[in-house]
Design a protein around this ligand. Structure first.
Ligand SMILES: [Zn+2]
Length: 110
């Protein structure tokens, strides 16, 4: 990849080293092409693979999951799989806070 202009805004692209975080956990610094105007960061294939490996090494791989909505009595149930529960350190009986961020996004704070 050798872009000189940003696909998003037409701004100038420079090569830079950026901190990459996943789920709020830093995976380290990686080489990227960064737009000086909008800040869009772009990684080449090799760097993307390195980021994936770093995520796997930290146990952050595959934490995103799909869940089906169930119903129990008057409540709706959304299951959290074991891997994600472990990452969040969820315990049975623990209280969490729920709030909608938008019409189609639910925030659960542990
Ligand atoms: Zn841009």
């Amino acid at each position: 990849m050798n872009r000189t202009k940003c696909d998003e805004c037409g701004g100038k692209i420079i090569k830079n080293t950026v901190d990459f975080s996943l789920y709020g956990i830093s995976l380290g610094k990686f080489n990227a092409e960064v737009c000086t105007k909008c800040g869009e960061e772009c990684f080449d294939e090799e760097t993307s693979d390195m980021i994936d490996e770093a995520a796997k090494a930290k146990g952050l791989w595959g934490l995103g999951a799909k869940s089906k909505v169930g119903i129990a009595g008057d409540s709706f149930i959304i299951r959290v799989n074991k891997k994600l529960a472990k990452f969040l350190d969820l315990k049975k009986g623990e209280e969490v806070s729920l709030r909608p961020e938008t019409k189609n996004k639910l925030i659960i704070e542990v």
